[in-house]
Write a protein that binds this ligand. Structure first.
Ligand SMILES: Cc1cc2nc3c(=O)[nH]c(=O)nc-3n(C[C@H](O)[C@H](O)[C@H](O)COP(=O)(O)OP(=O)(O)OC[C@H]3O[C@@H](n4cnc5c(N)ncnc54)[C@H](O)[C@@H]3O)c2cc1C
Length: 345
């Protein structure tokens, strides 16, 4: 696979070790606009997916329910797929590459997902979960919605079909799975509507006299929510292990005074807040996904102890997510205005 045309920045952007706004500022400051258009649009795809899932949270809830059902009905074909023993050389190669490096080029992700859904005929939720565990840029929004896009659920009825000739062309002939891939991709369907839910209002100004909580959703929160926090607690779930989990732990730990690896976030936050002598905890707004769920649970427990948990949203998110209600085109049209509002264009 030729990888020269990609930045490989996604693990850093996904965990906000570097933000979308910083990447855009750097690229637009260094190159003429005409040369940067496609890269700038790529960065906005991330914002689009995040904003769209935030406003259609039932997609994530439904994905989790369907995943549980699929996990109860696993067969040999699934085991062969996730251990790279399907006999489709390119697919088996990408499977190993994903597990060993935590990264796949966007083309490989699309081909992999397409083969998984249409040739191997496995539930898309299992493939999405497999990616989420192994990708070091694993992201609930980009991942779930990309899998749904390949399967024809995001842009309803429009699927992505991997073909031997396309794979041969973009892998310089290294792989050409002639006769091994299905030639048709009938769009997946689902029995649920996913209504648009308005964005919850969010605070975007700093909060004083607070303990700062760092999660994998944003590893540079000091830059916008608390200049001088009374302590910085990093917290990650203990559920996952492996390369991607290691990356996440390092990302969170370098941003905090203390790292806790636990599924009981409530107790860890209460202990640290008491130690810091405050009843205010502030963290970066967590978009739909496991962190948002863990914070919602913790908020209830904290409030019983008289501790407030505030989530502060980056202005960049509020600015971009507002336009992520339909297809990408709607946000794309607003890119010049958004860049202007951010003082970048
Ligand atoms: C099935 C599937 C699953 C995916 N899962 C994830 C995931 O879990 N996490 C994730 O970050 N991306 C995911 N993507 C999107 C995309 O593949 C990666 O963001 C991209 O490959 C990252 O590599 P890069 O940094 O070299 O990208 P570049 O091509 O250098 O792009 C620059 C930046 O733009 C953003 N970007 C580019 N393309 C996309 C895209 N299609 N969607 C969202 N953001 C994009 C990323 O932040 C990236 O770092 C998935 C795509 C598919 C088809």
């Amino acid at each position: 696979m030729q990888q020269s045309a990609v930045s490989k920045l996604s693990p850093w952007i996904r965990h906000r070790l570097v933000t979308e706004q910083e990447v855009l500022a750097r690229i637009l400051g260094a190159h003429p606009t005409a040369e940067t258009i496609s890269f700038v649009q790529e960065v906005f795809w991330r914002s689009y997916f995040k904003g769209w899932l935030e406003q259609h949270p039932s997609v994530w809830d439904r994905y989790l329910v369907s995943l549980d059902i699929a996990l109860e009905n696993l067969g040999n074909d699934y085991s062969e797929a996730i251990s790279g023993r399907t006999g489709i050389a390119c697919f088996d190669h990408w499977c190993a590459e994903l597990i060993q490096t935590g990264y796949l080029h966007n083309h490989a992700r699309m081909w992999f997902a397409s083969i998984w859904i249409f040739t191997l005929r496995l539930p898309w939720e299992l493939g999405a979960a497999f990616f989420l565990i192994h990708l070091i840029d694993g992201d609930p929004a980009s991942n779930t919605l990309s899998w749904r896009w390949v399967g024809g659920l995001h842009t309803k009825g429009k699927t992505y079909l991997a073909s031997a000739s396309n794979i041969a062309r973009f892998t310089n002939g290294r792989f050409e799975p002639l006769g091994q891939l299905t030639g048709s991709a009938e769009a997946l369907t689902e029995a649920y509507d996913h209504p648009l839910v308005p964005l919850p209002p969010a605070q975007s100004t700093p909060i004083d006299d607070a303990m700062l909580l760092v999660t994998q959703e944003d590893c540079t929160p000091q830059t916008f929510i608390a200049d001088r926090p009374l302590g910085i607690l990093g917290i990650v779930s203990s559920t996952n292990t492996g390369l991607a989990a290691d990356f996440t732990q390092h990302a969170v730990s370098q941003a905090s005074d203390k790292l806790v690896i636990s599924d009981d976030w409530t107790t860890a936050i209460i202990d640290m807040a008491r130690h810091a002598g405050t009843n205010r905890v502030v963290t970066a707004y967590a978009p739909v996904g496991p962190v948002a769920t863990a914070l919602a649970v913790a908020k209830t427990g904290l409030s019983k102890e008289g501790i407030e948990l505030h989530q502060t949203r980056r202005p960049y998110d509020s600015l971009t997510w507002t336009h992520a209600t339909a297809g990408f085109f709607k946000l794309k049209k607003k890119i010049p205005q958004i860049l202007h509002d951010l003082d970048l264009g």
